[in-house]
Design a protein around this ligand. Structure first.
Ligand SMILES: C[S@@+](CC[C@H](N)C(=O)[O-])C[C@H]1O[C@@H](n2cnc3c(N)ncnc32)[C@H](O)[C@@H]1O
Ligand code: SF4
Ligand code: SF4
Length: 370
């Protein structure tokens, strides 16, 4: 099945799964460790004690088996850098043998000949490679490592081998001097898709990273996204429009702020298991809002706790009266430091509103005049 028809099939399956609380998609953060050190990364930990607490391949496979029994059909392997997990190949092959659609998220450094050979024989559904620069200087500024040549050679080899490669770009203050060039450079690759991250999330505890250091201003964000829309076929869209392809259209002017519960599919039909075996609705979801320990209570109880948690979460008061609540839905991951108090982060709201307004303005310009 090609990626387009699979996406269509998936969006139908997602609707049904949500109705019946079936976790059809899971994200597995195999490790918080990484061979790069991106200055905006919300996951990467460097504390040596992490190694002792990380899960071995068999523990991951056990969780995955339980998830498959509950209906999981689609798995994302991420991190940190998932390709650095000592049992990566064993975990990957287990999923493949079970017939699971697997998507890999990688920085591309270890996407070498050997890995490409395995992926060619047993293909992942998609390989998302993050592109952190357009030359050595920008790579060092963002990731702390001069791996530009290695990553770009690996991307070319993966495309050449016929893998479904998507490129991911995460603009941050550290990439700012090169962002336009990184996007232009991404366009030169013959890949199926280039995705520019629309929003930065606050870093997890223990990463020693702060949004004040890596975040972008509204103006910088708007400029980057206008350039993105000029370069790539994806056109300006609000958050809600962007997600519609996965969640289905909702009637125009209907609020995405529910009286109780989160609107998004995280925790309704999908889950994320963090590197230490705790489950949340999606990667990076604030642990002080919803977090269940799969290691202690097993997949079934953890899934029920997460599913209940998203349905019971009370969204902030201000969302109910917000002028943009038909184009935005409250996402605790984007309001991480205040989500447990049921509050909004002003910067995040300002960007979501501006993003929706730009999309509206763009659509108005495109409308034919009668
Ligand atoms: C955490 S990384 C893990 C996979 C792999 N190591 C990589 O870099 O692609 C997954 C994605 O999250 C993005 N990312 C990192 N920090 C982020 C942040 N603070 N906000 C939003 N996305 C971020 C990365 O650029 C990458 O595309
Ligand atoms: S974004 Fe990816 S490559 Fe960069 S430090 Fe984080 S996990 Fe590593
Ligand atoms: S912009 Fe902020 S206040 Fe408005 S709906 Fe979105 S999260 Fe709620």
């Amino acid at each position: 099945m090609n990626t387009i028809s699979y996406s269509k099939f998936l969006s139908e399956a997602v609707k049904k799964a949500r109705e019946h609380n079936i976790p059809i998609a899971g994200s597995f953060e195999l490790t918080p460790l990484c061979n790069l050190d991106c200055k905006m990364c919300y996951v990467h930990l460097t504390d040596p004690s992490v190694r002792e607490r990380m899960l071995a391949g068999d523990e991951w496979i056990n969780f995955m088996e339980q998830a498959i029994e509950h209906g999981m059909m689609h798995a994302i392997l991420t991190g940190g850098e998932c390709l650095t997990h000592p049992d990566f190949k064993k975990i990957y092959m287990h999923l493949i043998e079970k017939g699971i659609f697997v998507r890999i998220k990688t920085n591309g450094v270890l996407l070498d000949k050997d890995m490409i050979e395995m992926f060619t024989e047993y293909p992942p559904y998609i390989v998302d490679v993050s592109l952190y620069g357009c030359d050595s200087e920008s790579y060092i500024a963002v990731t702390g490592h001069d791996v530009f040549d290695t990553v770009t050679a690996n991307i070319c080899a993966a495309i050449e081998a016929g893998l479904h490669v998507h490129l991911m770009i995460t603009p941050s203050a550290y990439m700012l001097p090169w962002v336009d060039r990184v996007m232009e450079y991404a366009k030169t690759f013959d890949v199926e898709d280039v995705l520019v991250n629309a929003i930065l999330t606050e870093a997890n505890q223990g990463t020693n990273r702060r949004m004040e250091d890596f975040g972008l201003t509204l103006e910088e964000n708007a400029k980057i996204h206008l350039k993105q829309w000029e370069l790539f076929s994806r056109k300006p869209r609000s958050q809600v429009d962007e997600e519609a392809e996965f969640m289905g259209e909702t009637p125009e002017n209907e609020s995405h702020i529910l009286p109780k519960g989160l609107y998004c599919n995280g925790g309704r039909d999908s889950f994320a298991i963090n590197w230490d075996g705790t489950m949340g609705p999606c990667p990076g979801f604030p642990r002080d809002v919803i977090c269940a320990d799969v290691k202690k209570i097993g997949f079934d109880a953890a899934w029920r706790e997460v599913n209940r948690g998203v349905k019971d979460y009370v969204v902030p008061e201000e969302c109910h009266t917000c002028s943009h609540n038909t184009k935005c839905h409250y996402c605790p991951t984007q309001h991480k430091s205040v989500a447990s108090k049921h509050l909004c982060n002003k910067e995040s709201c300002d960007w979501r509103k501006l993003q929706a307004d730009i999309a509206e303005e763009y659509r108005a310009k495109q409308r034919p005049i009668n």
